[in-house]
Write a protein of this length. Structure first.
Length: 375
């Protein structure tokens, strides 16, 4: 595959059947590997107890994630996009069990992870779910050789019977990520950023997982190296049947690796659906604003909507729709009532009063071409 991503072709609006609505995109997900229902994660940022007692101050909660519902199909890629601080990484860490959810459920192959209370019951889940972190250097132990870094999951889950089997498996994994077996004797500082991320991927694959959570795995890399890592991830997904939750700010990367896309804003998923539906006919005003930030190299002259304002404070979110302070279509209902996620005519799920009431017209996204070049 090439070391750069080709331009995204101009999107075309999906065909709408005579009855006026495409099938619900969620109906196409018949075998979800992961299903998240009403997921919320709050962090207590209150002052110490005695300070609150003497000052009469209430408890303060940071609502990092506040009611997320998504389905991730087996063998496909679901991407979460949104501005910094919207809760993408918190969703990822809660799904893999690094955070305990404040509310809601995470289902893995139909099993509620909250029911796996004993360590022995959770070990099979931890073997099948792994994570690739944003900074490959920070996530690798600088005092360990690469051989020991990749071998740690193999030893922890007892996937090899002897030291020789461990070395052979590590050599196989290094070859799989386009490194050599001799690289196992080196330390992380002896590699480039792209090579270190390949080591991180090899470590994630060491336990033979089914589900990989990729938390901005290319954001710390050069543009050309980003394309190489994305191509590698796509190749591994085809070879091993992996399922990805992919988190990124880069809409070009999201377009090229995703099958499904969810757009997050202030702890909530405001729109999600099949990739082509979301990119070709975005319905939520925030999704449209994000897509309008893509440079239009076709010089179509279409009026673009800049993203104005700042993301509100999740400690004190606005009432009603969290996007209404920045939305040009907001009305009194948007200020007072939180919108529920409903199926649009295009099949995507959208949480917007304006879309529900028909105040926001449907139109195709700009024919902007998005790509990752060679820097």
């Amino acid at each position: 595959m090439p070391d750069h991503l080709p331009p995204v072709p101009p999107p075309t609006a999906p065909a709408v059947p005579p009855h006026g609505r495409r099938p619900d995109d969620a109906e196409l997900i018949r075998d979800p590997l992961v299903e998240v229902q009403g997921l919320a994660k709050y962090f207590d940022v209150s002052k110490p107890f005695l300070n609150r007692v003497f000052e009469g101050a209430p408890r303060r909660l940071l609502r990092a994630v506040d009611g997320v519902d998504i389905k991730i199909p087996r063998g496909e890629t679901f991407s979460l996009v949104g501005e910094s601080g919207c809760g993408k990484s918190t969703v990822a860490r809660t799904i893999v069990g690094l955070y305990r959810p404040s509310r809601g459920t995470v289902m893995f192959e139909g099993t509620d992870l909250a029911t796996l209370t004993r360590r022995a019951a959770r070990m099979p889940f931890h073997r099948r779910v792994q994570m690739i972190f944003q900074d490959p250097f920070a996530s690798l132990n600088p005092r360990w050789r690469v051989l020991d870094i990749i071998a740690e999951p193999i030893r922890a889950h007892r996937l090899a019977k002897s030291a020789q089997e461990v070395r052979e498996r590590v050599a196989e994994l290094l070859t799989q990520v386009k490194l050599t077996a001799r690289d196992g004797e080196k330390f992380p500082h002896e590699f480039s950023g792209g090579q270190r991320q390949r080591i991180s991927i090899a470590r994630a694959l060491a336990s033979n997982p089914d589900f990989l959570v990729c938390d901005e795995p290319t954001s710390a890399l050069d543009v050309s190296v980003q394309a190489q890592i994305l191509n590698l991830m796509k190749d591994l997904q085809r070879e091993l049947g992996l399922t990805y939750l992919f988190i990124s700010h880069n809409l070009a990367a999201v377009y090229h690796v995703s099958d499904w896309v969810g757009v997050m804003y202030l702890g909530r998923v405001v729109e999600w659906g099949a990739k082509r539906t979301v990119f070709s006919t975005p319905r939520h005003p925030y999704t449209r604003m994000l897509l309008d930030t893509i440079p239009d190299i076709t010089m179509s002259g279409r009026e673009r909507m800049p993203v104005g304002g700042e993301v509100p404070n999740p400690i004190d979110p606005p009432p009603g729709c969290p996007f209404h302070p920045r939305c040009p279509h907001a009305n009194e209902r948007c200020v007072a009532e939180l919108p529920a996620s409903k199926v649009s005519e295009q099949g995507s799920h959208v949480a917007c009063h304006g879309v529900e009431e028909g105040r926001i017209p449907t139109h195709a996204a700009p024919g902007a071409k998005v790509g990752l070049g060679k820097g």
